[in-house]
Design a protein around this ligand. Structure first.
Ligand SMILES: C[S@@+](CC[C@H](N)C(=O)[O-])C[C@H]1O[C@@H](n2cnc3c(N)ncnc32)[C@H](O)[C@@H]1O
Length: 224
């Protein structure tokens, strides 16, 4: 697919052709993979910790991928799990992985911004999603609408770093024709704060990324 194709089409193509390869990263115990991908494990842990901090939460997972985090969220006590992804092979992998939880699980194959979603959620997960979004604000706005009072968004964001930044640019954009974006702390504070989330907690566990939790305090209205 040419680099001139819309960003969302290029992202969908990447995760359509690379679904199994992405899923395999979770099993890869090789040291270089562990060292290169600490973010994958940290964000997973934050998601589980957040699920256990609520009582039987309803969980929405935006860009749920192969259901790896969904599986842990359900094991940790989610009363309902809705996973959305626009790459068909990802949803197929998630369906297989979550088959044992079918009474509490719903999976939708669609674009998050296009699909109809009923109800609100105590936890909205967006892990490894914002990396690929040229316009993150509409995603944050929709997450706010779907977040229950006292609910929380848990999200991960890449940051530019002198070593990983150019490597990711080369691998994703120049070789893989897939857009990739970086974030700064002030940008995240604005993105979530201006939408009405408070408080916004930002952790920088490594140099190459942020983990964020943003709460929708009870009574917060959608800003005009
Ligand atoms: C890096 S994967 C992360 C998967 C999963 N959250 C995890 O951490 O294991 C990002 C996923 O987001 C999905 N995605 C990206 N943009 C999307 C959109 N607009 N609507 C639905 N899914 C989207 C991709 O298809 C891909 O499966």
């Amino acid at each position: 697919m040419p680099s001139s194709a819309p960003a969302s089409q290029r992202v969908r193509k990447r995760f359509t052709t690379g679904a199994q390869r992405f899923d395999d990263l979770y099993e890869d115990e090789r040291l270089d993979v562990r060292l290169l991908r600490p973010g994958l494990l940290r964000r997973r842990q934050l998601a589980v910790d957040t699920v256990t901090s609520y009582r039987e939460p309803r969980v929405l997972d935006v860009g749920c991928g192969s259901g790896r985090i969904g599986e842990l969220a359900l094991e940790a006590g989610a009363s309902h799990y809705l996973g959305i992804d626009f790459a068909a092979p990802m949803i197929e992998l998630a369906r297989e992985r979550l088959a044992g939880f079918s009474d509490r699980t719903e999976l939708i194959l669609d674009d998050f911004l296009q699909t109809q979603i009923e109800g609100t959620f105590d936890i909205v997960l967006a892990l490894g999603l914002f990396d690929y979004l040229p316009e993150p604000a509409p995603f944050v706005a929709r997450m706010f609408e779907l977040c229950a009072a006292s609910g929380c968004v848990v999200a991960s964001f890449p940051a530019w770093s002198a070593i990983k930044g150019p490597v990711r640019k080369l691998r994703y954009e120049w070789i893989g024709h897939c857009p990739i974006f970086n974030y700064t702390r002030p940008q995240l504070e604005r993105l979530f704060g201006e939408r009405g989330f408070a408080p916004v907690e930002i952790q920088a566990p490594g140099r190459s990324g942020f983990l964020l939790r943003a709460w929708r305090s009870s009574g917060a209205d959608t800003p005009a």
